[in-house]
Design a protein around this ligand. Structure first.
Ligand SMILES: Cc1cc2nc3c(=O)[nH]c(=O)nc-3n(C[C@H](O)[C@H](O)[C@H](O)COP(=O)(O)OP(=O)(O)OC[C@H]3O[C@@H](n4cnc5c(N)ncnc54)[C@H](O)[C@@H]3O)c2cc1C
Length: 494
C-alpha cells in the first residue's frame, strides 16, 4: 500500500536524498519519509560507482580549489571550506558505522593517498607555493612535498616511468585520502532506512508535478513507469534531490526563489584499465592541472578505484557536450527547461561561453588514440589497448541571473529553499557527494529551524557530528580528536 501522505518526500535516491533521509531519521525516528526514484534501482545516476570519480574531495590534491591570484599568491579559502565539509561527512559516516547503520567501511570507502603532480618550471613553482600556503595550517599539516624523482617514483611509480629526466617535476601527498564508492554508500543507507518504521521507497516512480495547496502542503504527483498508474502524495516538506532532474522540478514547483535558474549539462567519460599488472602499480589519486581554457571539472587525474571489491584505474574526465540532464534522461531536457524567466540568462551564457561549448564538442569528438595521448602526459608508457572508454554521469552546471552580463555559469552547488521552508532543491554538482552531509545539514538548518533549536536535536547532531557548530580551522585540539576518530573508524589511517 503506497502512502497517501508523508512528513518528508525525498525526490531521487542518490547521495543527497539518502543522506538527508539518514540525518532526519536519526534526528527523529518517528518522522514519516517517502523516497521516490524514477529508476528501478537506488543510486544509478551520478552517485553510482563509475558515474563519478569517487574522490573524497578534501582539497588535498585538487589544484583547482587553490587558484593562483594575479599577485602570484595562492587563494586557499575554498580548500579550507571543502576540507572542513569533508570532515563533516567522515564524522557522520563514522557515527553510522559505529551504530551498525552502515556496514564495515571497506564496503564503501578505501584509504587512497591523495597526490598532486605537475611538470614545467612555472607549475612546479605554483605547487611549491600551494604547499607552503596550505601546510602551515593543522588541516593540511600532514601534506608532504617533493621535487625529487626518487621520492616521486615511490609515491607514483607509473607516472615516473620513462619520464624526461631533465623536466622539472613536483608532487604532494596526503596519505589518508579516500576513494569512496558513493553508490555503495547510498545503497547501504537506503537499506538501513528500509528496515526502519515509517520509511517507504518507491522505485520506478517519476515525480511529474508538484503543487502547494492552501494549507501549505505539497501535493506531489507520481507516475509508475511500469504500469502508468498515477497517484498523489501530500507532504509537508519536499526535497528535490533529483540530481540533473532537480531543475525541471524546481521550475514545476513555481516557487519564486527558483526563478531565473537554468542548467548547462556536461557529460563525462573515463579511460578505464583493469589489467592487474598495471592496476597493481598505482595506489593513489593523482590530480594534475587543467589545460588552459578547460573548465574546472576537467582537471585530469589518474585514480585507483575500488568498486564492488574490484580494483581498477580511471583516467579523465573527458567532458562532452550534451542536452540531457540525466544519463538516462532525454535530449529534450535542455530545450524543455527554457522559460521566460531564464531565457535571458541562458542565452547570455550561451553567447559568452562559446569557447567552453567548442571545448566540450572537441573533447567529445576525440578518438581513442587522442585520449590515450593525453593520458601519456601523466603515464608516459600507457598503451591504447590497455584502456577502454566508459561513460560517466551528467553534471548540470548552474546558470543564474547576473545583473551585468544577463546570466552567469557557476560550477559549484547551490541549495534553494522556499521562504516558508516547505521545499528545498539542490542544483549543481561540485564538490558533490563528498560534501553531501554538510549540505544536507544546511538544509535541516534552513528548513527545520524550530526542531533543530530543541535540545534533543542539538544533542543528537553533536553526537553524530562532534564538530557541529565549531570551526575545525580554528580549533586544533578538536581537529586532532575528530581526525583520529574518523581515520581509525573508517580505516583510513594506514
Ligand atoms: C563525471 C563526474 C565525476 C564526479 N566526481 C565526483 C567525485 O570524485 N567526488 C564527489 O564527491 N562527487 C563527484 N561527482 C558529483 C557527484 O556524483 C554528485 O554530486 C552526486 O552523486 C549527486 O547526488 P544526487 O543525489 O544529487 O544526484 P544523483 O545521484 O544523480 O541522483 C538523483 C536521482 O534522482 C532521480 N530522479 C531524477 N528526476 C526524478 C524525478 N522526476 N522523479 C523521481 N526521481 C528522479 C534520478 O534517477 C537519480 O537516481 C561527480 C559527478 C560526475 C558526473
Amino acid at each position: 500500500m503506497i502512502a497517501k501522505s508523508a512528513d518528508v518526500l525525498l525526490v531521487g535516491a542518490g547521495a543527497m536524498s539518502t543522506t538527508l533521509g539518514m540525518l532526519l531519521k536519526q534526528l527523529d525516528p518517528d518522522i514519516n519519509i517517502v523516497m521516490v526514484e524514477r529508476l528501478g534501482h537506488v543510486a544509478h545516476e551520478s552517485t553510482d560507482g563509475w558515474n563519478n570519480a569517487g574522490t573524497g574531495h578534501a582539497a588535498y590534491c585538487e589544484l583547482n580549489y587553490t587558484p593562483k591570484l594575479p599577485d602570484g599568491s595562492i587563494d586557499t579559502a575554498k580548500a579550507f571550506v571543502i576540507n572542513s565539509a569533508f570532515e563533516v561527512s567522515l564524522q557522520f559516516w563514522s557515527y553510522l558505522v559505529k551504530q551498525g547503520a552502515l556496514p564495515k567501511p571497506e564496503n564503501f570507502i578505501h584509504a587512497t593517498p591523495h597526490q598532486s603532480f605537475v611538470w614545467g618550471e612555472a607549475n612546479v613553482e605554483f605547487l611549491r607555493k600551494r604547499y607552503a600556503a596550505l601546510s602551515q595550517s593543522p588541516q593540511f599539516a600532514d601534506m608532504e612535498y617533493s621535487e625529487d624523482p626518487r621520492v616521486l617514483r615511490e609515491w607514483m611509480p607509473l607516472i615516473l616511468e620513462n619520464r624526461d629526466p631533465m623536466e622539472p617535476i613536483a608532487g604532494t601527498r596526503v596519505r589518508y585520502g579516500a576513494d569512496v564508492d558513493f553508490g555503495a554508500l547510498a545503497r547501504n543507507m537506503t537499506h538501513y532506512l528500509q528496515a526502519q518504521d515509517n520509511f517507504e521507497l518507491l522505485l520506478n516512480h517519476t515525480v511529474t508535478d508538484l503543487e502547494q495547496d492552501d494549507d501549505g502542503q505539497w501535493q506531489v504527483a507520481l507516475e509508475n513507469r511500469k504500469t502508468g498508474v498515477e497517484r498523489t502524495i501530500a507532504s509537508r516538506f519536499v526535497f528535490l534531490g533529483a540530481g540533473g532532474g532537480a531543475l525541471p522540478l524546481l521550475q514545476m514547483s513555481g516557487i519564486p526563489e527558483g526563478d531565473g535558474y537554468g542548467g548547462f549539462p556536461v557529460s563525462g567519460q573515463w579511460l578505464v584499465c583493469k589489467k592487474p599488472e598495471i592496476v597493481e602499480k598505482h595506489q593513489a589519486k593523482v590530480y594534475g592541472l587543467a589545460p588552459i581554457g578547460a573548465p574546472p571539472m576537467s582537471v585530469p587525474h589518474l585514480d585507483t578505484r575500488i568498486i564492488s571489491g574490484e580494483k581498477a584505474l580511471l583516467f579523465g574526465p573527458f567532458a562532452g557536450f550534451t542536452t540531457k540532464f540525466l544519463k538516462q534522461g532525454s535530449i529534450l531536457d535542455l530545450p524543455k527547461s527554457l522559460r521566460t524567466n531564464n531565457l535571458k540568462s541562458m542565452l547570455s551564457v550561451g553567447k559568452n561561453n562559446m569557447d567552453l561549448t567548442r571545448y566540450l564538442i572537441s573533447e567529445a569528438m576525440q578518438s581513442h588514440e587522442e585520449r590515450v595521448a593525453s593520458l601519456r602526459n601523466f603515464y608516459p608508457d600507457a598503451k591504447d589497448e590497455d584502456w577502454e572508454l566508459a561513460n560517466a554521469g551528467q553534471r548540470v552546471q548552474i546558470i543564474k541571473k547576473d545583473k551585468d552580463k544577463g546570466g552567469k555559469l557557476e560550477f559549484g552547488t547551490e541549495v534553494i529553499t522556499a521562504a516558508d521552508h516547505s521545499l528545498a532543491a539542490l542544483l549543481g554538482a561540485s564538490p558533490g557527494a563528498s560534501t553531501a552531509v554538510n549540505t544536507m545539514i544546511n538544509i535541516v538548518e534552513r528548513c527545520f529551524p524550530e526542531r533543530l533549536a530543541t535540545d534533543e536535536w542539538q544533542q543528537k547532531l553533536k553526537e553524530m557530528v562532534p564538530s557541529y557548530g565549531e570551526s575545525l580551522k580554528d580549533n586544533d585540539e578538536l581537529l586532532k580528536r575528530v581526525r583520529q576518530y574518523t581515520l581509525s573508524t573508517l580505516e583510513l589511517d594506514q
